[in-house]
Ligand binder design. Structure first.
Ligand code: GRF
Length: 231
């Protein structure tokens, strides 16, 4: 069987791209990164791709008359890279319905919150403002409803009393770097099955232990696996 081809769309720092490249180098991505497409010529992500010999192309949204023209150029670049899956890894443009329909079911996004909580921007600031005890990140299929597509995988972290936006973002980002390669691999291996709003992950291992934050002393003192295991 042909090795699945992955096209990654980025806009900025590129740490999730770096995690994908690292996973590929370790044989843990389930596919090969065919191209990195970026809407900003000054994005550090471009340097990360180039340093690893991954082909890059800049499609600057500012160089196009309107969103339709930008998306037509972006679609042409995507199609030229012949991807099996398209991964939005910190791609910061909202995409139009027609564009999304063209790739629906084979486009994944990573979002820095436990969706459907905190769609949109400034997720860590809003999580702290709302006092949530558990925060995290989500890999989901992209649909026209921004940040609301079927959820493939999620990773959770505890929110600490001492957290500010920076420390919480760093804790979540470390999980993003595990989650995104894992979700892309599952897709490449044909293990993500969309069923309406839900995604079934074939051969998944689901922890039976509940995540309780903060951990009550009665649980912290006990053999946690026994006490917290679900029936
Ligand atoms: C990540 O937090 C991702 O979840 C969000 O944008 C950020 C991109 O970071 N969509 P990086 O460019 O991957 O470092």
């Amino acid at each position: 069987m042909a090795i699945p081809r992955i096209t990654v769309l980025v806009s900025g720092r590129g740490s999730n791209l770096a995690a994908l490249i690292d996973a590929e180098r370790r044989g843990r991505l389930g596919g090969t990164i065919a191209a990195v497409l970026c809407n900003r010529a000054d994005a550090p992500a471009l340097g990360i791709a180039a340093a690893h010999g991954v082909a890059t192309q800049v499609i600057d949204h500012r160089g196009h008359a309107d969103r339709d023209a930008f998306e037509a150029a972006l679609a042409a670049a995507i199609d030229a890279s012949e991807p099996d899956v398209i991964v939005l890894a910190g791609f910061m443009r909202v995409l139009g319905a027609a564009f999304i329909a063209r790739y629906e079911g084979r486009m994944l996004n990573i979002h820095p919150s436990l969706l459907p909580s905190f769609p949109g921007l400034h997720t860590h600031r809003r999580a702290l403002a709302d006092g949530v005890r558990v925060h995290g990140c989500t890999v989901h299929f992209v649909t026209a409803d921004v940040d609301h597509g079927p959820i493939a995988m999620q990773g959770a972290v505890a929110v600490h009393d001492s957290d500010d936006e920076t420390t919480l973002a760093a804790r979540v980002l470390a999980v993003e770097h595990q989650l995104l390669p894992a979700a892309v691999r599952a897709y490449c291996e044909g293990r993500l099955v969309i069923a309406g709003r839900r995604v079934r992950v074939k051969d998944e291992v689901v922890p039976t232990v509940a995540l309780v934050v903060p951990l009550p002393a009665v649980l912290a003192d006990a053999p946690s696996a026994e006490l917290l295991s679900s029936a």
